[in-house]
Design a binder for this molecule. Sequence first.
Ligand SMILES: [Mg+2]
Length: 384
Amino acid sequence: MPTPSGAPPTSDSSLVGREHDFGFGLPPERVTSTVPSTMPELADLLHDAVPFALPLTRSFRGLQMREGLLIRGPSGWGEFAPFEDYTSQQAAPWLAAAAEAAFGTWPQPQRVEVPVNAIIPAVHADDAAAIARSAVLDHGCTTVKVKIAAPGERLADDEARVASVRDAIDVAMRGVGREGRGKIRLDANAGWTLDEAARALARLVAYDIDYVEQPCGELEDLQRLREQVEVRIAVDESVRIGGVAMGELESIADVVIVKVGPIGGVRAGLRLVQDWPGEVVVSGALDSAVGLAAGVTLATALPRAPGACGLGTGALLAEDVVSTPLVPVDGMLGVQRVSPDLDALMRARGRLDDDQARHWRERAVEVWHSGGAELVEQAIAGGV
Ligand SMILES: [Mg+2]
């Protein structure tokens, strides 16, 4: 079993929010240097890599457990955790993002922390209300994203969930003396046809919706939907899977969701949105604390301060690779580099049998040979 070597891993959460010390235990030039780190070969990526599995508090995307591979290099730790339904080509940017974190440099943050939203999976309305209340009361979040249009669900299920969340966050916010209403965002994960989306949103807008994320998969459908409904439209899958050029999306979407893994790194994410005139929301992919730290880094490096980012998913992990999951405090997450805690990492490794662990190493090898090598090179060279 691969084990980390060298300096003992530590959690650097005590350093959250410390301005002008973004290295967090590493020399600052390792994070913000203009000198690129060494270009890793495949063997370098795998040398200290640790496959992991983290139990979820609730089923998410049909998963009970979040799996992936943590990669260690001279700059720190990176996360390679593409979902199983991603092809090797689609997973190639995830490897580049992990390599950038471990062997490359990250851009200079423009702010020390960012607001984040909580996330509510496609659960029963009562459970949704409980999560929404906890988001406000325990984590200080005033924006929540609700999953809708899940396979096998009806519009009545979605509406019950959204209604229950609206009531729960409004009551919770009043309870803690917060002004105004909480924001609700919807994420359909491209689960609707145009007609289904139009019918559903005609009802759901009554709950005061900030935006709906990827209601349909096809761009033409999004375009037509935008003319039919009074709600802002965000694109996620169109960018991270469809690879649609940003210029093409300007007439279709109000908000673009950018994720470090699927887009190939922090610097790739910054480049992607540099000319986007609308709102940018940095989101995650149910990452461990290591992956979330990369997302927070992108959000803190954006030229314009972002709205609430989709990085509140640490609350869905029953255990993380650090002793305390990276969850929002007062609705915010601070920029930091995260290193796993050895005990938590070994527990995460121990949840996989040897075949499952081998699968993750083999996946990285396949991905490297399916375009990953080129993207890794770009991600590391992008730090120049
Ligand atoms: Mg989404």
